[in-house]
Design a protein. Structure first.
Lengths: 309, 361
């Protein structure tokens, strides 16, 4: 395998957690609910995914349960901001803390203090017959674990759902103008509830991806800001799946470049390489916030009885 | 996204409520939230098979049983109060400063740098210099986010958070490449000079004198936000940006300044941690002060008056938690869940209180 092929393959893998978390953020955001609990929910997903996989030897079960707890947190956000109409940022932060605490607690309770770091198997690679035989492209795109394919198909599926179906249009109208949507008979609260729930599930999966694909172990710093970067990515992608995929490629490439250059060994201090993804994101956001379209009602709660909202 | 973040629960005011009635209504949500949070976490602790009574007794009383526990609580109170104020001041203009951690770390790095390079200076000269360095570093750090927000409209939640991750590497570089102390075991700078170590007051065991400065800062924040024109502009810009703008307040500018002031407090917290607690800057010194500062600010509903009080309560829980892990075996992570639950139940009880008030009206 050439150097380029292996780098490209790594980049595709590194895209997945960004893609899943960002698509989850986008789903809730398109109906107007802005989550800021990604970092915590991803850590919880990582913890649950690792622990279940460690205890049952089934990584599939680990991923599903990670998605399940993510969904619970997503639903809690949706419920608190629609039914109770609490402030989205405050609730999001509260859920971030709760998820962070729970992630650490679960790991401590199940594993305790051990001399050696417990490990679980990483996800098996599924080579797609025929397609994986294609030179270069086969390696880069068709020789991965199941979650990579899932993330790719999800992005494509969401694009068609949101922009090519009536239900998708209805969904987007809730985030653009809930009053108009409401008057057309679209169930605003129900739409917000299912999108935040599904979004939370994707964030939980994104978290589970980290121990189950990258490391095989769980540490408290495993998410390393990817949850926050996913929010930046969602803005950067203008809350549209096709641009989020493009943005995820950029974020993943930054990740891989920083890692590779460090391994290759250069005169550049390691610290400088490690800040590349964050600094690059800061710079990119200067432009992203200028051109990005944001759902009109993002971050705001809808009160049917209010005359001003 | 310009609606006020923290509003008083929408009370339908009955005719001239007495002071006690108002106090009761103000405190009731807190009491409910505390009780509910401890109930739920008690169930969790019991379900995990630990001694609930023992765990709660340790959490709540460790701070008061020994002089050491009380000193530790006060020592924690300093960064918690400063970071919470650093969060609530921008929050008054509806801006979220999630970068307290980064501001603390660059403040600590700068302060340690000054304390090492000018180690020979006497305290009267070195201490103000060290504190100034910490504050300025915090100002610069938050200033980056404030500039990006004011000039390019970059969301401050994201920029302040991302700068946290950059700050880890800033500290790491200083602690491994510039002033490294290989004997320390973790990435840490050398120790600062004699003149850069804050004396203890009271005791023994005593609390470092930085607590006086933190107390002064808290007092000044209360006075400025409640009693000056600048404080009025801050509050007006937050509660009704449109009306404030029409009346000639430059809301965007107020927001930028508020974020920078928040950064200054974070930097100060870093400097005091170096001068008062560690005697150096080191990896992990930020603890989980960022999360706690935000929790404190939100529980205090953004009020500068209540932040020091709530910070003291959270410091009690934090000191109790590490003791609980040692004696009862409940993982210290439990306390973060208790704190998050207090916040969540406080939000919920606001809703209940508002509904009750509406029904009564």
């Amino acid at each position: 395998m050439t150097e380029f092929t292996s780098l490209a393959q790594l980049t595709v893998v590194a895209m997945v957690p960004f893609l899943l978390a960002s698509l989850g953020t986008m789903l809730g955001g398109l109906t107007g609910v802005f989550s800021v609990s990604q970092e915590g929910v991803m850590l919880l997903g990582a913890s649950v995914g690792f622990l279940i996989s460690f205890a049952t030897d089934s990584s599939t079960l680990g991923i599903l349960l990670a998605a399940g707890v993510g969904a619970v947190f997503g639903f809690a956000l949706g419920w608190a901001t629609t039914v109770l109409r609490l402030d989205q940022f405050v609730v999001g932060l509260a859920l971030f803390f709760a998820a962070t605490g729970l992630a650490g607690l679960l790991y401590r309770v199940v594993i305790g203090q051990t001399a050696t770091t417990p490990r679980t198997d990483t996800l098996p690679r599924l080579e797609i017959p025929l397609l994986s035989e294609i030179p270069v492209l086969g390696r880069v795109f068709f020789s991965h674990n199941a979650l990579v394919y899932f993330a790719g198909l999800l992005a494509v599926g969401l694009y068609f759902f949101l922009y090519r179906t009536r239900a998708g249009l209805d969904l987007r109208s809730v985030g653009e103008n809930p009053r108009a949507a409401d008057s057309l008979g679209i169930a605003v609260v129900r739409t917000r509830l299912w999108t935040t729930t599904a979004g939370g599930a994707l964030m939980g999966m994104a978290g589970a991806f980290l121990p189950l694909v990258y490391t095989g172990t769980f540490t408290e710093g495993i998410v390393g800001g990817r949850g926050w970067l996913a929010i930046a990515l969602t803005f950067f992608g203008g809350w549209r799946p096709q641009f989020i995929v493009a943005g995820a490629l950029f974020f993943a490439a930054m990740d891989v470049i920083a890692l590779r250059t460090e391994i290759a060994g250069t005169d550049i201090p390691g610290q400088v390489l490690l800040v590349i993804p964050y600094v690059a994101t800061l710079i990119v956001m200067i432009f992203a916030f200028r051109w990005a379209r944001v759902p009109q009602f993002l971050g705001r709660n809808y009160d049917r009885e209010s005359r001003t909202g | 996204m310009t609606t006020p973040v923290l509003t008083e629960p929408d009370a339908v005011a009955p005719a001239a409520p007495s002071l006690t009635a108002r106090l009761l209504r103000g405190l009731l949500p807190y009491v409910l939230a505390l009780v509910a949070a401890f109930l739920v976490s008690g169930v969790v602790i019991a379900a995990l098979g630990y001694d609930v009574v023992g765990a709660f007794r340790t959490i709540l009383t460790t701070s008061f049983r020994t002089g050491f526990g009380f000193t530790e609580t006060l020592t924690k109170w300093v960064p918690l109060t400063l970071l919470a104020l650093g969060f609530t001041i921008p929050l008054a203009v509806n801006r979220f400063n999630i970068g307290g951690e980064g501001q603390l770390l660059v403040g600590a790095t700068a302060a340690a740098g000054v304390g090492i390079v000018y180690a020979e200076l006497p305290m009267v000269a070195l201490m103000p210099l060290l504190i100034l360095a910490g504050v300025l570093a915090g100002v610069v750090w938050a200033g980056i986010a404030a500039f990006l927000m004011g000039r390019f409209g970059v969301n401050e939640i994201l920029s302040t958070v991302l700068l946290n991750f950059v700050s880890f590497q800033v500290l790491d570089y200083a602690a491994t490449e510039i002033w490294s102390d290989p004997a320390a075991g973790v990435a840490a700078t050398q120790r600062v000079g004699e003149g850069a170590v804050l004396p203890d007051i009271g005791g023994p065991p005593g609390v470092h004198a930085g607590i006086l400065l933190a107390g002064l800062v808290a007092l000044a924040t209360i006075l400025v936000t409640r009693g000056t024109a600048a404080g009025f502009e801050l509050r007006a810009s937050g509660t009704n940006p449109r009306a404030a703008g029409i009346n000639g307040i430059r809301v965007e500018k107020v927001a930028v300044v508020a974020l920078i002031v928040g950064g200054a407090l974070g930097g100060l917290a870093g400097a005091l941690e170096v001068a008062g607690v560690h005697g150096r800057a080191l990896e992990g010194m930020q603890s989980n002060f960022l999360l706690l500062g935000i929790i404190i600010g939100l529980i205090a509903r953004g009020s500068a008056l209540w932040v020091p009080v709530v910070a003291f309560g959270i410091a009690i829980l934090e000191v109790g938690a590490s003791s609980m892990q040692r004696t009862v075996g409940v993982p210290a992570e439990m306390v973060l869940i208790i704190e998050a639950l207090i916040l969540i139940f406080l939000l919920l009880s606001d809703v209940i209180a508002a509904r009750l008030a509406r029904r009564a009206a």
